[in-house]
Design a protein around this ligand. Structure first.
Ligand SMILES: Cc1cc2nc3c(=O)[nH]c(=O)nc-3n(C[C@H](O)[C@H](O)[C@H](O)COP(=O)(O)OP(=O)(O)OC[C@H]3O[C@@H](n4cnc5c(N)ncnc54)[C@H](O)[C@@H]3O)c2cc1C
Ligand code: FES
Ligand code: FES
Length: 375
């Protein structure tokens, strides 16, 4: 034997005398197979950035075995007969992302992304080696192999735990809702699929499942007596869809609509979009941070703060915020008045003495703005 033969993402390669003994699998993958998704950092098996998945076909009736390796440690010459899968081999924007890539994304488990291929390939290998029968505890225990310097481990762990056989049903429902919506969003434009791409574009970009179209309901639309248009959106995408159709010149979102009690609206815009039915904007979740939906009402926010302050000592300070919120406006306003409504009011009228702005600022909160990308 003068060469070793192996596959990387299904493609055949061989290596022989042209390489030195210290040529590693990592180097081969990156420099010779030209697949740069697999990273490296410590080059000593400590960080996990270089992890790839390996399948060795069963010999003599044995079953195939799948496992993860630190490619920075493996000599290329040891790879005879290996079937190696790197991050490029499990999914991408052209063929569609693998469920574990989507979950990491949905749980915000990646920031700079440098560690993500390693985490994903560690987990991918674990899933394959266990036929998918992993419990939350198994997954938690498997986390010693990878380091992340910027995201924090909780969202990564939660993303993978959502694939456990004993995963929390509430988390699964949330994920189902997100994935149903995401399937309709064009990865190129960020807008809902309009079925207007050329064949070439479809081949290159389109991930939308054509069979599952029409899941999004059509927003209700009314022409009011004063000629203004009123839409009722059922989800975030519909807000932007409506604005794309009617134009961005003169519009307003309507949540609790209580702000006009503070700053009267002299002249209404031409288009009003009711967002009070959008569940996505009214929910919250907990990863390393507490993430509040923009249109949670002040009452819902208070209840949540109280519950967390009592159940989780990391959130003791929410009791102080609760006590303050208890003095904001009064119960009927708090029951429909929302966080975003208050903050936008403050933004539009800087002289408005917003308690919500003050509280969130004191707590060091960050606001995430949604933006629609036009092509
Ligand atoms: C009697 C009274 C007393 C009050 N007392 C206090 C007080 O003591 N302290 C205090 O801080 N506040 C007080 N407020 C303000 C109150 O908190 C706000 O009116 C309320 O939070 C606004 O929320 P909303 O959902 O009703 O907003 P809306 O009136 O529906 O909307 C307000 C603005 O926000 C925009 N908007 C809403 N949601 C979004 C979104 N998701 N994305 C982008 N834009 C959005 C709308 O387009 C609109 O421009 C009081 C209000 C009243 C009526
Ligand atoms: S580069 Fe750090 S474990 Fe391989
Ligand atoms: S996402 Fe940056 S190191 Fe993990």
């Amino acid at each position: 034997m003068d060469r070793v033969y192996f596959k990387i993402n299904g493609k055949k390669y061989s290596a022989g005398g042209e390489f030195s003994v210290d040529t590693t699998l990592n180097e081969f993958i990156r420099r010779h197979a030209d697949q740069r998704g697999t990273k490296y950092m410590c080059l000593e098996g400590g960080c996990g950035a270089c992890v790839v998945s390996v399948r060795i076909p069963g010999a003599g009736g044995d079953e195939d075995s799948t496992f993860s390796v630190n490619s920075c440690l493996v000599a290329i010459m040891s790879c005879d007969n290996w079937d190696i899968t790197t991050i490029e081999g499990i999914g991408d924007r052209k063929v569609g992302y693998n469920i574990i890539q989507r979950r990491l994304n949905h749980f915000f488990g990646s920031q700079c992304g440098y560690c993500s291929p390693g985490f994903l390939m560690s987990f991918y290998s674990l899933l394959h080696s266990s036929d998918g029968h992993l419990t939350e505890k198994d997954i938690e225990n498997s986390f010693g192999s990878n380091l992340c310097r910027c995201t924090g481990y909780r969202p990564i762990l939660e993303a993978f735990k959502s694939l456990a056989v004993d995963a929390n049903p509430k988390v699964l429902q949330k994920i189902k809702d997100i994935e149903d919506i995401d399937q309709q969003i064009c990865p190129k434009s960020g807008k809902n699929c309009r079925d207007s791409c050329s064949d070439k574009e479809l081949q290159e970009w389109c991930l939308v499942n054509k069979n599952s179209k029409n899941i999004l309901s059509v927003p209700k639309q009314m022409t009011l007596a004063d000629g203004r248009l009123w839409f009722s959106a059922n989800n975030i995408a519909e807000i932007f869809e409506t604005l794309d159709k009617v134009g961005y010149d003169s519009y307003m979102l309507v949540a609790g609509n209580t702000s006009k009690g503070v700053r009267p609206i002299i002249s209404y815009p031409k288009v009003l979009i009711d967002i009070s039915n959008i569940k996505q904007l009214q929910s919250h979740y907990l990863d390393v941070n507490l993430v509040l939906g923009a249109n949670m009402t002040l009452t819902e926010t208070m209840l949540l703060f109280k519950e967390l302050a009592e159940s989780n000592e990391d959130f003791w300070y929410l009791q102080v915020l609760y006590n303050h919120l208890d003095r904001v406006a009064h119960i009927p306003v708090r029951n429909i008045g929302t966080l975003a409504g208050n903050l936008v009011l403050k933004n539009n009228h800087p002289d408005f003495q917003s308690d919500i702005f003050l509280l969130l600022d004191c707590a060091g909160a960050m606001v995430t703005l949604g933006k629609w990308i036009s092509i």
